[in-house]
Structures are given as structure tokens and as C-alpha cells.
Ligand binder design. Sequence first.
Ligand code: UDP
Length: 239
Amino acid sequence: MEKLQQLYEGKAKKVFETDDPTLLIVEYKDDATAFNGEKRGTIRGKGVINNQMSNRLMQRLSQQGIPTHYVRELSERETLVKRVSIVPLEVIVRNIAAGSFSKRYGVTEGTVFDEPTEEFSYKNDALGDPLMAPDHALAMKLCTRAEMDKIRSFALKVNEVLSDFWRSCGITLVDFKLEFGRLDDGEIILADEISPDTCRLWDSVTGKKLDKDRFRQDLGGVEDAYAEVMDRLLSQDEA
Ligand code: UDP
């Protein structure tokens, strides 16, 4: 499968067309951004880790009945995926208070919820990806009510599958962001990536942050944290 014209370059990935109009190639970069692009940097080796981690997690999810865009890993940094039109919503699931939740509500980071929460942000860089009430997403026709119901139930299922898997790796899944897309026939599938860029992952015993918060908060050891999460995933995947 050959990379043809570049369609898009985002903060962490490039996307290319292929000779099959239904398939795209995603290439993961080492570039990191935070706070809506205000903070920029490089996390050496991140692209390789995020590519391989996301692919393994998506395969695990598809075995559990969640349709995903993953087709085949092509190289360390490149993956073949199904072409979708992205639903312009970031779907965030939280198990423990952190990040913008803690900030908005003044809640201590680490407060454990009785049940997971789901929220949406409008995927719009110019507006800074604002939090969006579900009714507003429907009013804006970002998706239909049936699509929203499906997205919400997929997101909760993803949380169950990934929380269990990360727990088996000695890691607590604090929160994460998903993106969904539509195939030509209208089917909703999971797209984008699942990685320490898009999840908060804490060591189950020490609480050490093993995700992009190390970059956001200048905690140091960013590369080591990504590598640590990947090592734990690989030893559990192979077990
Ligand atoms: N997240 C993401 N992309 C975004 C915003 C959030 O991947 O544009 C992830 C983030 O890494 C965390 C979860 O979604 O795992 C919840 O993020 P939050 O809303 O707390 O925002 P943040 O603190 O990252 O600004």
C-alpha cells in the first residue's frame, strides 16, 4: 500500500491517501502540543509508541465488539485505516477527577467517581474545542440522536474493556478522549488514536503519572513514562 497525496497534517499525525479510496495511511509524529497548541515540544519515540499502542488497543476493542478504523500496521509509525468522515465531537470518559474536570469544578485531582462520566467537546480548534451539551450537538446536527446513543454506548464499553486491560498492567485508567467517524454506509466506528497522548494513565500502586500530563506539567521523564506504559502493555499482551 503506497502513500499518495497528503490529505492533512495535524498536531501529532499526518494522513495520506492511498490507491484505495476507502483507505488512508496515518503517520504518527513525535511532535507534542498542549493547551490548544500553546505549548509545543517533541517527545522522542512517541510516534512509534502511540502507533503500536493504539493499534494493539484497537485490536483488543474490536475483539470485544467495538468496530474501529484499524486495518493493518504498515511500519513503526504508519498504519492503514478505514477512511471515515469524523464526527466533530471529542468524547471524554472519566473515572477519576483530573485535568479540566478538577479545574472547572474545583475538585481535588484523584477523586474517584461512583460511575464513569461522559462528556462532549466540539472539535473546533478556532473555538478551542469547547465543552458541548449533548442537545447542542444535536441542534448543530453534528450527529443524529441514534448516532449519539451509539457513540455513548461504545464509549462506555471502551472504558470497561480498557479499564480492565490497564488494571491487569498495574495501571489505572483515569480518563480518555475518543473520536468516532462514519463509513460511507453510515456505520459509526472508533477512529483517531488511543495512547498516553489521549488517556490519563496512573501507576496503580504509586499513582505516578504515565501520560502526557508529564509533558503538560513539565514533570520530566516523559519519554521514559511512554516507554514504561508500552513495556507493560507488551508484557501483558504477550502473557
Ligand atoms: N484529551 C485529549 N485531547 C484533547 C483534550 C483532552 O486527548 O483535546 C484527553 C486528555 O489527555 C485526558 C482526557 O482527554 O486524558 C480529559 O482531558 P481534560 O478534559 O481533563 O482536558 P485537559 O486537562 O487535557 O485540558
